[in-house]
Design a protein around this ligand. Structure first.
Ligand code: COA
Length: 263
């Protein structure tokens, strides 16, 4: 049940951990307790060896997350807001740096910090009626949870400027076309069922390889190519030392499905 004491719900479906922001009356906005809950429960899933992927979603059909809680913010002074912006990095950073792939299951509007939460995920899937935007400059501020840094890396600078400075909101179809999301779920399909099916290769996959691949791909945005290639070799080495790599070869030789153990 939704409650301000428990603004985020945690559910486990096999190897998938699902975090649901559960504040539908506030369009799942990111209050301070919500940020702390996402950090705490995100850490719990990252530390849980049985979990191989994390899904973040919102309760209800209207909103994934409408960003900063503007009602809470009314009572904040500038220092309070600086602390809040810091919490986006410290608490949501758990998901940003997760060694397990994190998927945003966008069940409705994703605005401001809500879209920024989706941007720090590794994959984004949306329902057809989702709307995605960064309206901050219209509120006389700028995106403060990574939006100015991540959006252009995903969709390119010109389109990022269009979304941020022209307050352009995208439909799910446009977001797919722009490469902002990976997938729109077919009409009539349950979003979470669809996402869990879609990420089966991760849930059934080799976690050490998944983590190494994520590290290598994330690194590629931060370093020159030659350094990235060196680091790719380092992360490749993580997989060479794993039992799962030997299990993959044995399964291939014996024409059976591999049973990965994450070691
Ligand atoms: N923080 C806190 N409460 C919010 C909110 C937010 N970011 N966005 C909406 N709400 C509240 C509304 O005040 C309203 O509460 P009320 O019934 O007590 O008045 C309730 O959520 C529903 O919002 P409403 O605007 O009536 O619903 P809607 O379906 O017409 O529109 C949105 C939904 C999300 C599109 C619209 O509310 C909106 O644009 N919100 C602002 C989002 C934003 O600018 N976020 C960036 C912040 S930096």
């Amino acid at each position: 049940m939704s409650s301000e004491e428990n603004p985020v719900r945690l559910e486990r479906r096999g190897a998938v951990g699902i975090l649901t922001i559960d504040r539908p009356s506030r369009v799942n906005a990111l209050s301070r307790p919500t940020l702390y809950a996402l950090g705490r429960l995100g850490r719990e899933l990252v530390d849980d060896a049985a979990i191989k992927a994390i899904v973040v979603t919102g309760a209800g059909e209207k909103a994934f997350c409408a960003g900063a809680d503007l009602k809470e913010r009314q009572g904040m002074n500038n220092d309070d807001i600086r602390v809040q912006v810091g919490l986006y990095r410290s608490e949501l950073g758990v998901l940003d740096h997760s060694p397990k792939p994190v998927v945003a299951a966008i069940n409705g509007v994703a605005l401001g910090g809500g879209l920024e939460l989706a941007l720090l995920c590794d994959l984004r899937v949306a329902v057809a009626h989702a709307k995605l935007g960064l309206p901050e400059t219209g509120l006389a501020i700028i995106p403060g949870a990574g939006g100015t840094q991540r959006l252009g890396r995903i969709i390119g600078e010109g389109r990022a400027v269009e979304m941020i400075c022209l307050n352009r909101r995208l439909s799910a179809a446009e977001a797919l076309d722009w490469g902002l999301i990976n997938r729109v779920v077919p009409e009539g399909t349950d979003l979470i069922d669809d996402v869990v099916d879609w990420i089966a290769p991760i849930a059934n996959g080799a976690p050490i390889a998944q983590a190494a691949a994520l590290k290598a791909i994330r690194t590629s945005y931060d370093v020159p190519l030659e350094r990235g290639l060196e680091l790719e070799a380092v992360y490749y080495d993580d997989t060479l030392r794993s039992q799962d790599r030997l299990e993959a070869l044995d399964a291939f030789a014996n024409k059976r499905k591999p049973n990965y153990k994450g070691v």
